[in-house]
Design a protein around this ligand. Structure first.
Ligand code: NAD
Ligand code: ZN
Length: 378
């Protein structure tokens, strides 16, 4: 392409500081270096983790930054050493690396690639290095992706090639929320046929967890949310029972336990609240109940009485639904194209990149599942 090897000037939403609206700016995107790929972002969605960084985490080293990590695009150019991708390929960036060579990538037990840690800081959630500048200042890259931009540069280990026929304004959701929730049920909890499950939090992540429980053959899926507007959507994905904690004075774990003769087989926390994490664990049946933490926070400790675990419950966490970064996206995209996975149903709003602050406001007020921002034409 004519732009290969050159700096691209394009539009991006810059978060100059925490708690402030993003500013649409012209930024410069440097060419990809060794093992990097520059992508034209076609569509990106807003995930709660973007809001976490902006309003909750607010890490001092994490600004200014271009947020966004749930997107799909087209390869514009590649750096030296990149053989897997070519200009024109349709791709989805992933915040989770997969180098295929480290001991973690070689183990079927985990998706925690060793290489990711050397390029993306987990505490500040930004890349160690960035190809972005704006008004003479370095702007950081969020989660190694930064998709609220017309162009971004990612490492080839954090990029999945997808079916060229895939609609990018839909499959962008596979870059985070859907794989995360679905995989947390299927890969991490390992939900079994005939089981009873409870999902706490019915954003895209929680709804995808409901879909995963259903796909794994769960018989009963209890959907828990403080916003009852989410229940109708949860039904679409397979939820059978609905609990609004605001309707009860008793602890929710007690409500769930009474509904299920002692607790559910599996529970998934998809909120990011340490109190809810505890209730989700306590909603599990003793003996074999498994509870998975999916919601994100690094701000507080979570506590539990040891006897809860001594009685046979298991507490786990799940990053990106336990999927290996690249392989998971490719596999889930194929499942969508084969009509075995719902994706379109998660999209409640479509906007443009210029409207990113409206999309953030919608999520903050729990008024959307996913808003897709159309960034560039396909
Ligand atoms: P979202 O904001 O769309 O959904 C959160 C839902 O939780 C909302 O429906 C809200 O009403 C509900 N909720 C809030 N407080 C509640 C409570 N006390 N009890 C029950 N429900 C409550 O967010 P999302 O995009 O679906 O993300 C959900 C969480 O998953 C976030 O914490 C996000 O950071 C995290 N996340 C984790 C990973 C991972 O790899 N582990 C990846 C992506 C997102
Ligand atoms: Zn996300």
């Amino acid at each position: 392409m004519a732009t290969a090897g050159k700096v691209i000037k394009c539009k991006a939403a810059v978060a100059w500081e925490p708690n402030k609206p993003l500013v649409i700016e012209q930024i410069e995107v440097a060419p990809p270096q060794a093992n990097e790929v520059r992508i034209k972002i076609v569509a990106t969605a807003v995930c709660h983790t973007d809001l976490y960084h902006l309003f909750e985490g607010k890490h001092k080293d994490g600004f200014p930054v271009v947020l966004g990590h749930e997107a799909a695009g087209i390869v514009e150019s590649v750096g030296t050493g990149v053989t897997e991708f070519q200009p024109g390929d349709k791709v989805i960036p992933v915040f989770l690396f997969q180098c295929r060579e480290c001991r973690f990538c070689k183990s079927p037990k985990t998706n925690q690639c060793e290489k990711g840690g050397s390029t993306v800081r987990l505490d500040a959630m930004v890349s160690v290095d960035s190809r972005f500048t704006c008004k003479g200042k370095k702007v950081q890259q969020f989660a190694g992706t930064s998709t609220f931009s017309e162009y971004t540069v990612v490492n080839q280990m954090a990029l999945a090639k997808i079916d060229p026929a895939a609609p990018l304004d839909k499959v962008c959701l596979l870059g985070c929320g859907i794989c995360t929730g679905y995989g947390a049920a299927v890969n991490t909890a390992k939900v079994e046929p005939g089981s009873t499950c409870a999902v706490f939090g019915l954003g895209a992540v929680g709804l995808a967890a409901v879909m995963g429980c259903k796909a794994a053959g769960a018989e009963r899926i209890i959907a828990v949310d403080i916003n009852p507007e989410k229940f109708e959507k949860a039904k679409v994905f397979g939820a059978t029972d609905f609990v609004n904690p605001k309707d009860h004075t008793k602890p929710i774990s007690q409500v769930v336990s009474e509904m299920t003769n002692g607790g559910v087989d599996y529970s998934l926390e998809c909120v990011g609240n340490v109190g809810v994490m505890r209730s989700a664990l306590e909603s599990c049946v003793k003996g074999w109940g498994v509870s998975v933490i999916v919601g994100w926070t690094d701000l507080h400790d979570t506590a539990v009485r040891p006897t809860q675990l001594i009685a046979g419950r298991t507490w786990k966490g799940s990053l990106f639904g336990g999927f290996k970064g690249k392989d998971g996206v490719t596999q889930m995209c194929k499942a969508y194209m084969d009509k075995k996975l719902k994706v379109d149903e998660f999209i409640t709003h479509n906007m443009t990149l210029d409207q990113v602050n409206d999309a953030i406001e919608l999520m903050k007020n729990s008024k959307c599942i996913r808003t897709v921002l159309n960034v560039s034409p396909q």
